[in-house]
Design a protein around this ligand. Sequence first.
Ligand SMILES: Nc1ncnc2c1ncn2[C@@H]1O[C@H](COP(=O)(O)OP(=O)(O)OC[C@H]2O[C@@H]([n+]3cccc(C(=O)O)c3)[C@H](O)[C@@H]2O)[C@@H](O)[C@H]1O
Ligand SMILES: Nc1ncnc2c1ncn2[C@@H]1O[C@H](COP(=O)(O)OP(=O)(O)OP(=O)(O)O)[C@@H](O)[C@H]1O
Ligand SMILES: [Mg+2]
Length: 249
Amino acid sequence: MMQAHVDAIVEWLQQKVEEANVDGLLVGVSGGIDSAVVANLIKLACPEHSLGVIMPCKSNPSDKNHAQRVIDACGIDHVTVDLTKTHETMFSEIKKQLQSKQTFNNEQEQLADANLRARLRMSTLYTLATNYRYLVVGTDNAAEWYTGYFTKYGDGGVDLVPLVNYTKGEVSAMARHLKLPAEIIDKKPSAGLWEGQTDENEMGTTYNIIDKHLKGEPIPDKDREIIESLHRRSAHKRQLAAAPPVFEV
Ligand SMILES: Nc1ncnc2c1ncn2[C@@H]1O[C@H](COP(=O)(O)OP(=O)(O)OC[C@H]2O[C@@H]([n+]3cccc(C(=O)O)c3)[C@H](O)[C@@H]2O)[C@@H](O)[C@H]1O
Ligand SMILES: Nc1ncnc2c1ncn2[C@@H]1O[C@H](COP(=O)(O)OP(=O)(O)OP(=O)(O)O)[C@@H](O)[C@H]1O
Ligand SMILES: [Mg+2]
């Protein structure tokens, strides 16, 4: 059953490569489960033309080790681009300019800092995609997509989203089927954007409950309200940039 899904995704990826007339596929490898599954899928789709990209950005060493384990386990070609200094330079320059105008918003600092990391990763992936003539493959699953739990034009800025119809539970099942390292499968999902961040703490609900909701199963009212609110507020991330009508003036 899971093998049939793997085969279908792999075939779809190959078709997309052919349609786009490119040479292969790449993905950012964080050490988390979603990118581990995608790295395996693109390696199956394009054995000689796939690339995993490790992009530490003030990341903790265990994430880097996990990312390397993923690369080793699937045997995919890889490159590491450390974005720590780039991020530091860019964020501190922006902060300095805003402080001099007395418009720096401390309350938004953590989020702004975190989203910049995601967007630097996106820029790095597209620089590599141009170099290799590859497409950028995203890792969003159905739960993240529905709730908008991604950075617009950051990790959401990709060419293909092969896992977008699969719940987090189904992605875990796929990871087990693909025999990914147990420590990758078992660890708590985290965007790794700040110390101690976990997806479930930040969202205020759990992937298990979001998955149930997506499958049409009953969930507590409180969770449904949270999920539907996240969904409504993130509608803009699932659409093209809003354009005005042609004004007849
Ligand atoms: N109604 C609207 N119509 C059009 N655009 C609208 C808008 N409302 C906000 N915006 C724009 O969207 C921006 C807010 O969206 P965005 O920049 O995405 O930022 P936002 O949704 O506030 O934050 C991203 C969230 O995704 C999480 N994340 C990010 C990256 C990876 C992962 C992970 O799981 O690995 C998770 C992160 O922890 C955080 O909770 C605003 O600054 C504004 O520019
Ligand atoms: N340090 C990193 N190096 C390379 N890519 C990264 C890094 N951090 C995040 N990414 C990219 O951003 C994506 C979004 O992160 P997200 O946390 O949702 O997925 P994940 O880490 O693969 O899985 P999990 O949800 O289990 O943490 C990752 O899948 C990966 O493609
Ligand atoms: Mg992660």
